[in-house]
Design a protein around this ligand. Structure first.
Ligand SMILES: [Zn+2]
Length: 397
């Protein structure tokens, strides 16, 4: 609604000039009054949220003024630009394209005005998925200081859609120079995506690029995890442990994702005791169900089932959740004597297990999209790093 009001401002300006011009001519009073009534009606439609009717009315008014050629050139340019935008907003992109192309080609308009027309033309192409044509215009607009930032942002959108990650990195790096950010999540994710496309024998240094991702976005868990994988491939377990344990500081919600790799490293180093110390620290800091379950598993493996059971009991008291409760009932089932009480516990264990299996493992904290697989860009709202492990963010039963 607010956007539409802004969109209609040029029409109001053009119309103001038109009314002033018209009011000098007494014989035109009837037409002026009719247009004045139309304008008030249009604004009323807008204010009562009947945007479709308002757009129809304003389009009609603009077309009338256009045919009577009563608008001065600069106002006409703005009015036509807006007319095209209105058509695009209604999904009539072919009409929007024709108007914006005509403005771009017209000898009557200045270089700056044509840049504005080109910008809208590119938006028209974007809206119908002609990314290559939009890309060509945006590449040209990057050289114009007033248009560069917007053009680079749109190019980043295009390269994400086409999965051209090297190009995405290039435009995001240019954007970072124009408007620097302390935590450039998008650029870091582009680095990570680019590294994924590199063949094993690539000359590009994957580790350096991932370190660069951490420099531009120190909270980038994905870069830490990818670096951890690279160190493990090289059997550099100490470095892997260092980078993977840092995830607890970066974002405790994701610490569960690192545990299989961390366990592999500590096992290779023969330091499972240190893994236990890390899990105790992570449990206290994060209250993450995956950490608590991994700790119970390790205690059972290193010590005894009784110790694991008492640990789980203690953790349920500190941060109750469905996953720990399920494990707790499992211990109770194993300890129970045959009979009705055990049958009830088995049934309860199965029901809670079923409830856990029916649930999703990851959820977008922005739009609520749920998935069984960790994704770094939400396919629903297209936001980076908004999908989080439910075991990390949902601790209550
Ligand atoms: Zn989302």
């Amino acid at each position: 609604m607010i956007e539409l009001l802004f969109l209609l401002l040029p029409i109001a300006a053009a119309y103001g000039w038109y009314m002033g011009h018209r009011s000098a001519k007494k014989d035109q009073e009837d037409i002026s009054n009719k247009l004045s009534r139309d304008y008030v009606t249009g604004v009323n439609f807008l204010l009562s949220n009947q945007t479709e009717k308002a757009v129809d009315l304003f389009l009609n008014m603009l077309q009338k003024q256009e045919t009577e050629n009563e608008i001065e050139q600069s106002s006409q340019f703005e009015a036509e630009l807006t007319l095209g935008n209105l058509f695009r907003s209604r999904g009539e992109v072919d009409r929007a394209l024709r108007i914006h192309q005509a403005l771009d080609r017209s000898p009557n308009y200045s270089f700056e005005q044509k840049l504005l027309a080109k910008q809208q033309l590119a938006k028209d192409f974007m809206s119908v998925g002609f990314f290559d044509r939009a890309e060509a215009i945006y590449i040209m607009l990057v050289d114009e200081p007033d248009f560069a930032e917007g053009a680079l942002q749109q190019l980043a959108v295009i390269y994400q859609k086409t999965k051209e990650w090297k190009k995405a990195v290039n435009v995001a790096e240019k954007l970072a120079k124009i408007s620097p950010k302390d935590d450039n999540i998008e650029l870091a994710q582009f680095y990570c995506e680019f590294v994924r496309t590199l063949p094993a024998d690539s000359k590009e240094n994957a580790q350096q690029i991932l370190q660069q991702a951490l420099t531009v976005s120190p909270s980038c868990v994905r870069a830490s995890m990818m670096l951890g994988e690279k160190f493990i491939e090289q059997k550099d377990y100490q470095s892997a442990v260092k980078i993977l344990e840092n995830v607890l500081t970066q974002n405790p919600d994701f610490v569960g994702e690192t545990l299989p790799m961390l366990k592999e490293c500590y096992q290779a180093l023969g330091q499972l005791d240190n893994f236990e110390l890390f899990l105790i620290r992570a449990s206290q800091a994060s209250g993450n169900a995956s950490v608590d379950l991994a700790l119970a598993d390790l205690i059972e493996q290193q010590d005894s089932r009784a110790s694991a059971q008492s640990k789980v009991y203690q953790q349920i008291g500190q941060h109750p959740n469905m996953f720990l409760f399920h494990r707790f009932i499992q211990y109770q089932v194993e300890d129970a004597e045959e009979g009705r009480a055990k049958d009830s516990l088995v049934l309860l264990h199965r029901m809670v297990g079923e409830r856990i299996r029916q649930g999703f493992e990851y959820r977008c904290t922005n739009c609520g999209y749920q998935t069984h697989k960790l994704m770094w860009c939400c396919p629903s709202c297209r936001q980076w790093e908004k999908i989080k492990p439910i075991r990390g963010i949902e601790n209550q039963i």
